[in-house]
Write a protein that binds this ligand. Structure first.
Ligand SMILES: [Zn+2]
Length: 415
């Protein structure tokens, strides 16, 4: 099973927008971009909204049938580990092996030594084709990298072998993720991580490193854009070299766990993959949920009132809702509107405050991030929320489709 060159991860918290999301993909296909949808959902999301991995498969299959979509599509068990993978085995065909928590865990000294010994040919000036400067590699550096990443790659091989046993070789896509950590992996880290994965027989088709900068949920990139651009380009070239050098799957590509909406760096990524004719996987994740809230606000009446009360409740429970996302949100409390202010808002004012249009005078990234983590509030509203989604399916679906196509795919692929 092969992923294809371009793919987009589309999360859908409440599993009502599969068709609208797929319409966004189809639009891109019609514009000449061969891109596959990947419906991804993590264990954490399933727990909050009380859904089951099988629901995602149902949603994906139903959307594909409804639109008569004939392209490839996948269902991603997002950020699973050995403890959470089991319920996903049957219905997912894409597995994101999250081994971030094993970074820095000690490995047996003999394994570290043998890895270092297997890398002697890279000691000195390592020249990766098309990277302008050679990378200085010492034995100490390789040893440090081994101490830091051998246990994580070992964990990846254990989860992979478990899946191989259950599903059979070649029947699923393997992604390895290390993005949910504080310090970024450098291109040279990535090079040796890929060697470890190849040594351990993990046929990764995508790898999600932690890139430099902040990838806050649902809002734009913050960080050193120049540094990101340099490292992203080097990462792409490292992957290209690693495929040939270590015999990894030739379709291996970067997976950017973007947290959605990294509009500033989308053109940079687009430029690099175009320059080297490389593929990419981008996870946009949970912003479909924000489009639901925008759609409800636009619908007006009781739907607008529901959108307002989601904000008011989320504001009252801000600490609790933000805690699991502390590393991936930055909310300036002083810029959050009061419930009384929001109560007086029109449909247009609410939608413009939440919708991510850079430079729009009403757009408020703080408001947007709070709503983003507030999906638990909507989940607790149960049928009241999902009935509104059904009632206003058309306007909500338009928002979802427009978000995927106009704000993400157009920017990412220059459509
Ligand atoms: Zn991630």
């Amino acid at each position: 099973m092969k992923l294809g060159k371009y793919s987009l991860g589309i999360g859908d918290r409440f599993s009502h927008q599969g068709v609208a999301q797929l319409r966004g993909i189809v639009k891109a296909n019609q514009a000449g971009l061969d891109i596959s949808p990947v419906w991804n959902k993590s264990n954490r999301e399933h727990m909050y909204v009380h859904s089951h991995p099988a629901d995602v498969r149902k949603e994906a299959d139903a959307a594909v049938a409804a639109l008569g979509f004939s392209g490839k599509y996948f269902v991603d068990a997002d950020h699973i580990n050995m403890g959470t993978v089991a319920p996903f085995v049957e219905t997912a065909d894409f597995f994101t092996l999250d081994v971030a928590s094993f970074i820095g865990k000690e490995s047996p000294e003999a394994e570290v030594k043998s890895f270092v010994a297997s890398c002697t040919k890279y000691v000195g000036k390592l020249q990766i084709p098309r990277i302008s400067h050679p990378i200085e590699v010492s034995e100490e550096l390789i040893e440090q990298i081994a101490h830091k990443f051998l246990a994580a790659t070992q964990q990846a091989s254990e989860i992979y072998n478990f899946l191989k046993e259950k599903k059979g070789v070649g029947n699923f896509i393997t992604e390895v993720s290390m993005d949910e950590v504080e310090s970024p992996q450098t291109p040279v880290d990535l090079f040796f991580i890929l060697k470890m994965l190849a040594d351990k027989g993990v046929p990764a088709q995508t790898i999600a490193p932690k890139f430099t900068g902040r990838f806050n949920k649902g809002v734009d990139y913050t960080g050193n854009v120049e540094q990101f651009a340099k490292e992203f380009e080097e990462d792409v070239l490292v992957l290209d070299f690693a495929v040939k050098e270590f015999g990894l799957p030739e379709e291996l590509k970067l997976s950017v766990h973007s947290g959605s909406d990294k509009f500033t760096i989308y053109p940079i990524m687009a430029g690099v993959i175009k320059k080297y004719d490389k593929g990419i996987h981008v996870k946009t994740a949970g912003t479909t949920w924000l489009e639901e809230v925008i759609g409800l606000a636009v619908a007006g009446g009781e739907a607008l009132e529901a959108a307002k009360s989601i904000y008011t409740i989320a504001l009252g429970r801000k600490d609790e809702l933000c805690a699991p996302y502390a590393d991936v949100i930055d909310i300036d409390d002083s810029k959050l509107p009061t419930p009384a202010e929001v109560a007086g808002w029109s449909s247009e004012k609410y939608a413009n405050t939440l919708r991510h249009i850079p430079g729009h005078p009403d757009y408020n990234a703080n408001f947007r991030q709070l709503i983003h983590v507030g999906y638990k509030v909507a989940a607790e509203m149960g049928n009241t929320y999902t009935d509104l989604l059904k009632k206003h399916a058309e306007v909500v679906g338009q928002c979802v489709e427009e978000n995927i196509y106009d704000r993400h795919l157009k920017r990412l692929f220059n459509l």
